[in-house]
Write a protein that binds this ligand. Sequence first.
Ligand SMILES: *Cc1c(COP(=O)(O)O)cnc(C)c1O
Length: 421
Amino acid sequence: MSTAAVELLESTPVHTGVQLPIYMDNHATTALDPRVLEAMLPYMTKIYGNSASRNHQFGWEAEQGVDKAREQIAKLIGATSKEIIFTSGATESNNLAIKGVAEMYREKGNHIITQVTEHKATLDACKRLEKNGYNVTYLPVQADGLVSVDDVAKAITDRTILVSIMYANNEIGTVNPIQAIGKLCHEKGVLFHTDAVQAVGKIPVNVLTDNIDMLSLSGHKVYGPKGVGALYVRRRNPRVQLSAQIDGGGHERGMRSGTLNVPGIVGLGEACELAMNEMESEAKRLSGLRDYMKDKFLNALDYTYVNGNMDHHLPNNLNISFVYVEGESLLMGINDIAVSSGSACTSATLEPSYVLKALGLGDDVAHSSIRFGLGRFNTREEVDYVSDKLIDTVLKLRELSPLYEMVKEGIDLEKVEWTAH
Ligand SMILES: *Cc1c(COP(=O)(O)O)cnc(C)c1O
């Protein structure tokens, strides 16, 4: 960044009334809700038994806590408690679903369908299977980020054993046509897994009406603790079988061995119950704040575009490209705000986000994109601070942008013949 840019950014007016830095990165993780901590604490000190200990009080009490959590989680997604398998998080849930089905149904076929904008936990599990002789179809997405049900239908062959399509995207907040994809899979006799980490607790999710066979969720994305998650595994119509990926002890119906993280599980359960009770009002509040922020950006700035599809969208997500500003300078200009950019740090270089590239965005536009992830603890004052600061920074950076100046003068950048220097 030039010294002129640094000086301009440092002249940004100071706001008072909000506590800095502001956290607006709730797709990456969420703060633990104090009510969840409250529910967990007894299980860290007094009720410390191993929930697999069947012959004494300590074990029974721990098991009761786990059973209650199973009910709370199952209720939120329309499942039964026996269908909930506890894991260390959604990365493990995705791995267990995908590799577990692949191994169990190898005789039936070796073809798996997913999409290019999945979380790395899904993509990398699929890549591993490709090395082991499986065929994986990575479906493209449309310019609005949604996968086409037609494309899924066309990709299914008589060798297909699994379709894995995420419920909602963690970068651009798009909500896929899950119900239709699930229906299609059931008609074709193919198992359907969905990574619902960003959807569960934010929008209504029901494994029965959505025709879902396996569903991944994670504690720390729903104001619960880190390091705990679950995989829903359907027990009837059809009964899904999975090859365990971790052996030993035979916990969790033999699908996932290992002593259960009792306090974490109790926290995940409590987080799900809170989400169940508060989802509707919270979604209303957050989508209101989100739309307010979006309108502020679009009213104040030109060459500013919303990514994704606002008609099929998470209430707490806003992903915006501020064209003609350099991504790195933009982030430096707003360094008292925690958001994510359209760049991913891979080794030493900044790579544009593969999700934004899948929408057809150019590298520069992807780099100049920001993901705002609103959460339970964000206030209207914070939203005002963030949007004002963003607008101020973009305006200042564009003052220094020769490209922006040329565009404003009506020069068609496509036709400019650049000279090397
Ligand atoms: C965060 C996230 C994951 C990974 O969950 P962990 O519990 O952190 O392993 C998987 N998928 C999506 C969509 C996510 O946002």
